[in-house]
Design a protein around this ligand. Structure first.
Ligand code: FES
Ligand SMILES: [Fe+2]
Length: 388
């Protein structure tokens, strides 16, 4: 695969790989992971356009619960309204623009710290001190802007698009695979937010391929989910993923929803809803990562474990958290190293292992190609290679 540098060449390269079979899959050139201009394009054309997961519903389980995030530079307030509705609001005061909330918590109203304009938990303006005599003050028109917000299987998704496509319809093929696990019933018992020194795509690719499970996680995850038990899943319009069998479980018991078939108990389903969500689904407990790029070599990751049912002993929860944390530390170290190699002048794309081991990486590139290749054939510099 030739090297590529400028964003237009990167777009052409993505166009060129569209529809190609797994047996012709190569990794991407380093500039996909190191070029600030390319990251700007990804933030604008992926994260600011697609549905992005921002967390789990049970983070804001009670009316009045909220958390705030920076979503591609937009201050966003995610709140469980006193009326029971989960919303994403622009965290931008309608007076002169200060974020009205920070961090997370539970509240009856949001009080802007600057001049004390007050909003209820649906974003309606409640009070604006000393504005009564203003001749053109439209109180009713001064709500915090509402963003598109959906929940699916216990995950909260936000879109900055005014009229985004139908998230649930796009996820129906994935629902057919993971529906019986009932992720929406699982309860978060471990959550953290970290900054990893890697490009966001490296972390998504890492979580989504089983090739490294045995070699990198020899003394941790390999004992539970070895590479040899990985099998590729057919990708859908909004997801890609793979299955991996279990050799042992954290608990000796069979924990999971009554809807699950035997074969579903015995495997983990790893899926991604790009650009930012990756999930490892087990019958007993599941893990997830929500990614928000901060720089070419920095990504903010909200990560957690959520558990099915209430038959859990604290020791077993602790063991699951420990395994997850150790495994993540191993990934974190190797991805920081990978980032150094990607920036090397000697880096060159390498061949990807077959569909069961790295097919998901190729699926991810197909997603990138769909969203970012643009109409490459209409540009003079286009690669006119036939796709297969
Ligand atoms: S900026 Fe919020 S009250 Fe003035
Ligand atoms: Fe890993």
């Amino acid at each position: 695969m030739p090297s590529a540098d400028k964003p237009s060449e990167l777009r052409d390269m993505l166009h060129g790989l569209r529809g190609k079979p797994y047996a012709r899959g190569f990794s991407l050139p380093g500039s996909f992971y190191t070029d600030p201009e390319w990251l700007r394009i990804e933030r604008e054309e992926l994260f600011a356009r697609d549905w992005c997961c921002v967390g789990r519903v049970d983070e804001i389980a009670q009316p009045g619960d909220y958390f705030t995030i920076d979503h591609v530079g937009e201050p966003v307030l995610v709140v469980h309204g006193r009326d029971g509705v989960i919303r994403a609001l622009a965290n931008v005061c309608r007076h002169r623009g200060t974020p009205v909330a920070s961090g997370s918590g539970n509240t009856r109203k949001f009080l802007c710290p600057y001049h004390h304009w007050a909003y209820d938990t649906s974003g309606q303006l409640l009070n604006a001190p000393h504005l009564d005599t203003h001749e053109q003050f439209d109180r009713a028109g001064c709500s915090l802007p509402s963003l598109a917000c959906e929940t699916w299987r216990g995950f909260i998704f936000v879109s900055l698009q005014a009229d985004p496509d139908d998230l649930r319809a796009g996820l129906e093929p994935l629902d057919a695979v993971i529906g019986n696990y009932h992720l929406e019933d699982m309860v978060t018992r471990y959550q953290a937010e970290e900054v990893w020194e890697t490009n966001w795509k490296c972390l998504l690719e890492n979580f989504m391929e089983g090739y490294h499970l045995t070699p990198l996680h020899r003394h941790t995850l390999h004992k539970v989910n070895p590479s040899r038990l990985c099998s590729h899943l057919r990708p859908g319009p909004r997801h890609f993923g793979y299955r991996v069998g279990f050799t042992e479980r954290v608990t000796g018991e069979r924990i999971g929803h009554a809807d699950l078939r035997d074969d579903e108990f015995d495997q983990c389903v790893m899926f991604a809803v790009p650009p930012g969500l990756a999930v490892g689904v087990g019958s007993d407990y599941s893990s997830y990562l929500c990614l928000r790029p901060r720089g070419v070599d920095r990504v903010v990751v909200k990560l957690g474990l959520f558990f099915f049912g209430d038959r859990w002993q604290q020791d077993d929860i602790d063991a699951a958290v420990e395994l997850f944390r150790e495994t993540m530390q191993e990934d974190k170290r190797v991805l920081a190293q990978l980032q150094l190699g990607l920036a090397s002048r000697f880096h060159a794309p390498g061949p990807l292992a077959g569909p069961d081991l790295e097919g998901t990486i190729w699926d991810f590139y197909q997603y990138l190609g769909q969203r970012l290749a643009g109409d490459a054939l209409s540009r003079p510099s286009a690669t006119r290679e036939q796709t297969t």
